[in-house]
Design a protein around this ligand. Structure first.
Ligand code: HEM
Length: 211
């Protein structure tokens, strides 16, 4: 399969996965939230702002890494690059507020690590461009987009984790169905992070540097 086609497939899969998760929040009603809302004045608005800017970053990222824009139009490349950079910074800032309301420690730390890596890889990417080091610029922004896509992978792995949970428990669910889902949602971001790390470092960057 050619690169352009796989890029489109990844884009469409990402939208199919994330839009149903985003949709309830754009009713702007905390009663429709999928996660527990403890504060309608801080947590809920911060969550909506996080989701809105994260979605812009996701779309800008897909535009940015699509070869045709990058090769053919430098002005658009710079504009979408700026949108990608600022939307990640804003979304990450709101994510930090939301993390204070996450009630499970492992889950909270997974999001905190994700936020730090998101900011770090994006800042490194932009800093390398400012220093005219375009080899590092490309590498760091591929890493950054790999982190952005953890929002997708973390959700795709949920059915696999549910199956693994049942298998490991001999198909008896000690905490019932609810307990199983809760346990899985406390670790899925870690799994998504590791999967994307492996794909980016070994599947993309290592392969490219060898060829
Ligand atoms: C990569 C860095 C990201 C971080 C650190 C992050 C952080 C968070 C946090 C802390 C929550 C609240 C989770 C909870 O309380 O259980 C959340 C929820 C959410 N985030 Fe992000 N997020 C990131 C990327 C994204 C992206 C790229 C999108 C895509 C648009 C996104 C969409 C959402 C949605 C839809 C929710 C609502 C959760 C649900 O209903 O399942 N996030 N995020």
């Amino acid at each position: 399969m050619n690169r352009k086609k796989s890029w489109w497939i990844l884009f469409i899969i990402s939208l199919i996965v994330i839009i149903p998760f985003m949709a309830p929040y754009f009713l702007f009603n905390p009663d429709h939230s999928r996660i527990a809302i403890f504060s309608t004045t801080i947590q809920f608005p911060a969550l909506i702002a996080h989701i809105f800017f994260a979605f812009i970053a996701l779309i800008a990222g897909f535009l940015q890494f699509g070869k045709s824009i990058r090769k053919n139009n430098d002005r658009i490349h710079k504009l979408t690059g700026r949108i990608y950079f600022y939307s990640i910074n804003i979304s990450a800032l709101f994510a930090i507020i939301v993390i204070f309301y996450v009630d499970n420690f492992s889950k909270a730390i997974s999001f905190l690590v994700l936020t730090i890596l998101w900011l770090f890889t994006t800042w490194k990417g932009i800093d390398s461009a400012r220093k005219k080091n375009f080899v590092d610029h490309r590498k760091w922004l591929i890493r950054s987009f790999g982190i952005t896509l953890v929002a997708i992978t973390g959700r795709i792995v949920v059915p696999i984790l549910l199956l693994t949970y049942s298998l490991l428990n001999g198909f008896h669910l000690p905490g019932g169905r609810e307990g199983m889902i809760e346990d899985v949602l406390n670790v899925n971001i870690w799994v998504g992070l590791i999967v994307n790390f492996i794909i980016v470092e070994w599947g993309i960057l290592n392969k490219k540097s060898k060829s």
